[in-house]
Design a protein around this ligand. Sequence first.
Ligand SMILES: [Zn+2]
Length: 162
Amino acid sequence: MRPLTEPQIRASFVNCTKGEAKRLHVPRDLADRPWEDLDYLGWSDPQAPTRRYLVTEVDGATYGVVLRINEASVGAARRSMCSLCITVQSGGVSLMVAPRAGKAGQQGNSVGTYICSDLACSLYVRGKLRTGTPGMHETLTVEQRATRLVANLESFVARVRA
Ligand SMILES: [Zn+2]
């Protein structure tokens, strides 16, 4: 994806208030992120351990999503599969909950999905990071896996924005 600046990231959030988007934690090392290998930028919040953030591009527009880790799912040692990158990990995938955008979110509606806890899906599909968990045997190329990750990201963002 194209490298993003802090103001672009703050302006991209679809499921929190403008005030929250202004205050939330944005990584300081944006310049050092491996943008060319990323389908989305994901990070955690040192001040709020259950918070996660994900920013991606769909059709040239940038969308940021605020997520909360469902704590009951943290530390579970069982094997689970990330629904974005389809990587199987033991204890490295968490149920993440995103409030829906707008009124639906204010009324408490949310979208839950299983995502790699470290939000490094892009690096798993490219083989730049390995899980240590024997996964499914996949015959897809890196390019096909990245395309699938992008498609899953797009449908996730669409569900949050719907
Ligand atoms: Zn993943």
